[in-house]
Ligand binder design. Structure first.
Ligand SMILES: Nc1ncnc2c1ncn2[C@@H]1O[C@H](COP(=O)(O)OP(=O)(O)OP(=O)(O)O)[C@@H](O)[C@H]1O
Ligand SMILES: [Mg+2]
Length: 250
């Protein structure tokens, strides 16, 4: 298997609170990789550690053949240009309109000054997420689903090779959740971007992910294809899956 991201025995504590314990996983190139598990088990911390927003206490993180664990700030910024991150709550700047929100990383991170080029790239992306022409709208004028899509567009604007999504469907009704899941599939299939997503939408994860990792109190307790996970004998994994799918039927 060709891993684009690999973690080896990643551990992280906050004081007494041990959040990640020897987390080793491979995220295959061009896959959709889902991370599931109960609230507060370290899913967001795991992703923040991988993208360099947090430092692990021990363990290693690889981006293809490059060990990015010990990188200083300058190197880390160069590597992070390959990563995109779509936050749990979309995190758009409310004081800026949609166009300015999307242009922000181009101007601030890539230092692009050519207004025409920026405008074109923003318009292309809004077309691509099927929200053409909303450049002048303010984030608070958008629905929750639209905000999430704009958040994804902002993460895409830097042409990342790996896009991390932290709960892209949380807070959306099932129909909107489906459109966001479909957007993740398009990002993966049409743009060839590896997608790593944290999600509470278990049926969604089983439908779109190539592989799923189940995190429990800092440990990976199961990892594999959806078919492999659904055959897991681990009591907690079995329960979690059963409850998630039952909720769908009632
Ligand atoms: N910056 C921080 N400082 C101290 N503790 C933190 C910090 N960030 C996270 N934690 C702790 O790490 C643990 C795991 O948090 P994390 O946000 O990774 O959970 P999660 O699995 O993403 O949960 P949820 O599904 O609710 O988003 C929690 O106990 C949390 O309090
Ligand atoms: Mg979280």
């Amino acid at each position: 298997m060709n891993a684009v991201i690999r973690t080896e025995n990643l551990s992280k504590s906050f004081g007494e609170n041990v959040v990640l314990k020897d987390v080793s996983l491979d995220i295959p190139e061009k896959s959709i990789f889902a991370i599931i598990g109960q609230s507060g088990t370290g899913k967001s911390v795991l992703i923040k550690t991988i993208i360099g927003m947090m430092k692990p206490d021990s363990g290693r993180i690889w981006f293809r053949d490059t060990d990015i664990t010990g990188f200083d700030r300058v190197d880390a910024v160069a590597v992070r240009k390959h990563f995109g991150y779509s936050f749990q709550n979309a995190a758009l700047f409310d004081s800026m309109n949609v166009g300015e929100n999307l242009a922000f990383p181009l101007i601030e991170v890539l230092g692009i000054k050519n207004r025409k080029e920026i405008k074109k790239r923003v318009a292309e992306l809004l077309d691509w997420i099927e929200l053409p022409g909303i450049e002048l709208k303010r984030p608070d004028e958008l629905s929750g689903g639209m905000r999430k899509r704009v958040g994804v567009a902002r993460a895409l604007i830097m042409n990342p090779e790996v896009l991390f999504f932290d709960e892209p469907t949380t807070g959306l009704d099932p129909v909107l959740a489906e459109t966001i899941n479909n957007l993740v599939v398009r990002v993966n299939k049409e743009l060839g971007i590896t997608c790593a997503l944290i999600t509470h939408d278990i049926p969604g994860a089983f439908r779109i992910a190539d592989r799923i990792a189940f995190l429990d109190r800092g440990f990976i307790i199961a990892e594999g294809t959806p078919a492999e996970l659904s055959r897991s004998e681990h009591p907690m994994v079995k329960d979690f899956i059963r409850i998630s799918f039952n909720e769908l039927e009632t």
